[in-house]
Unconditional design. Structure first.
Length: 155
């Protein structure tokens, strides 16, 4: 089944200048970028993304939400919508779990990030994990229109 998924290259990706390498990994797998933009994420957008959809504040606590929001507003992000066969599950496998320390060799987070939850918590840091990718079909259906309007898609 052809699916669409949201991928956001976070500020740490932009700062480290590895966005092109990460994008090329998806392109080599056959994914088509059907919408893309570099932007400064607003506090309102991030609240809707992380709390309304991801329930970060509800699942974790205010400190984690505040660190994440602050980090995401610190530098631009590169948001894109990828389309291809079973995009959501495959992209998640390429990215791997949220905590880079738990990632498998060869995944984006293994190759470019090493932070653990424990280290981040002990040092009051956000978890440097480079990429957000929709986790489920339902999440993608909510996230994509939050980040992109219909006029931003190419046919």
């Amino acid at each position: 089944m052809i699916q669409r998924t949201l991928v956001v290259l976070k500020p740490d990706t932009i700062q480290r200048k590895v966005a092109g390498e990460i994008i090329s990994r998806f392109e080599r797998l056959g994914y088509t970028i059907i919408a893309a933009k570099m932007m400064n994420a607003s506090e309102e957008l991030l609240f809707k993304h992380y709390e309304w959809i991801g329930a970060l504040l509800t699942r974790k606590w205010q400190k984690v939400f505040d660190l994440t929001s602050s980090m995401m507003r610190g530098w631009p992000v590169f948001a894109m919508v990828l389309e291809w066969i079973e995009a959501i599950d495959v992209v998640r496998k390429v990215v791997w779990p949220t905590e880079p320390k738990s990632a498998a060799p060869g995944t984006i987070r293994w190759d470019y990030a090493t932070m653990s939850y424990g280290y981040a918590d002990a040092n009051a840091l956000w978890v440097v994990n480079l990429v957000h990718a929709s986790a489920t079909v339902e999440e993608a259906e909510q996230e994509i229109p939050l980040w992109f309007n219909e006029s931003e898609f190419v046919k």
